[in-house]
Design a protein around this ligand. Structure first.
Ligand SMILES: [Zn+2]
Length: 221
């Protein structure tokens, strides 16, 4: 990686002269890091910066003592933690935390994704942890009903968000045009076509009697 050289992508500082893509990746790095954990195998992960304790990276728990580039394996012998070596760099409470972390000396170190039960990364689970969840909207299901043709569903969706090529909307986006409604020659607007024009009023009054809707404008924004 051009920007990492010998450093881990997890620790490279944000510099001035970097590409927009790399800048965006670094921005979400901390968020992503909090969901990545390590199962200790041979111990080739960073002692201070990788998240292999249940409480996250050691560097976030205590000040770094000694070499910041130390690997976990420096503190392991014959598959066991070397307590007196650990005590040179961490306090007693952190030592006790570390001694509970299992070591699998015959395996490779393995990154686990904490957001799934089996630790396997799924882009869906990543999306679930970063997405902003809005409350469920009732009309959403009506809009995408299987009873409607796709073109009608898309029209409804665009209608709800006022994304239709109606004259006043086009004008608000800078399109220069002279506006005239096809039925009455007043200027064409979203409200005129769907609520206020004579044709819209006639349609609303016909169906509002059937469906008991008294104020069609409650659907507008
Ligand atoms: Zn009209």
């Amino acid at each position: 990686m051009r920007y990492c050289r010998n450093e881990s992508p997890a620790h490279v500082p944000l510099k001035q002269e970097i590409s927009p893509t790399w800048r965006r990746m670094l921005k979400v790095r901390d968020r992503a890091e909090s969901f990545i954990g390590w199962k200790i195998g041979k111990g080739d992960v960073s002692f201070w910066f990788d998240s292999w304790t249940p409480n996250g990276p050691l560097a976030s728990l205590v000040p770094i003592q000694g070499l910041s580039s130390r690997l976990v394996k420096w503190f392991v012998e014959d598959g066991n933690w070397v307590a007196n070596r650990l005590l040179l760099v961490v306090p007693l409470d952190i030592l006790n935390l570390i001694l509970k972390v299992p070591i699998h000396p015959l395996d490779m170190d393995r990154a686990v994704w904490k957001s799934t039960i089996n630790g396997v990364f799924l882009s869906k689970s990543a999306w679930d942890v970063i997405r902003h969840r809005d409350s469920v909207i009732d009309w959403f299901h009506g809009c995408w009903s299987k009873l409607l043709r796709p073109s009608i569903s898309i029209f409804c969706w665009r209608w709800f968000f006022h994304r239709l090529p109606v004259d006043d909307i086009l004008q608000s986006r800078g399109v220069a045009l002279v506006s005239a409604c096809h039925c009455c020659r007043t200027s064409e607007s979203f409200d005129h076509i769907f609520f206020l024009g004579n044709l819209a009023r006639a349609v609303w009054s016909y169906y509002s009697n059937i469906f008991g809707v008294h104020d069609p404008h409650i659907f507008g924004n």
